[in-house]
Design a protein. Structure first.
Length: 86
């Protein structure tokens, strides 16, 4: 029996999850986020970063690739401080 990959065992985020986590986003932004195929955990982590809580995660932590891509999509360019850790 084939062992599932780690991400196959984690639920993917739905468009409803994205809207719930990030508030009002336009349809093209939601589609772009969904095209990344984020897990619910990745979407939740990105939401933490948008409100400045990413730095409170255990251990020195940088956002993962998918999380960083979500941040690039949902955080306006002029709000660069919320996109990346200090």
């Amino acid at each position: 029996m084939k062992k599932p990959k780690l991400d196959e065992r984690r639920p993917l985020a739905s468009s409803a999850d994205i809207q719930r986590l990030f508030g009002e986003l336009d349809a093209s932004t939601i589609s772009a986020v969904m095209a990344l195929g984020p897990t619910l955990a990745e979407a939740e982590e990105a939401a933490l970063w948008t409100v400045g809580e990413g730095e409170t995660l255990p251990e020195p932590h940088q956002p993962g690739s998918i999380v960083a891509q979500i941040l690039d999509l949902v955080v306006p360019e002029e709000d660069e401080e919320r996109r990346t850790p200090h």
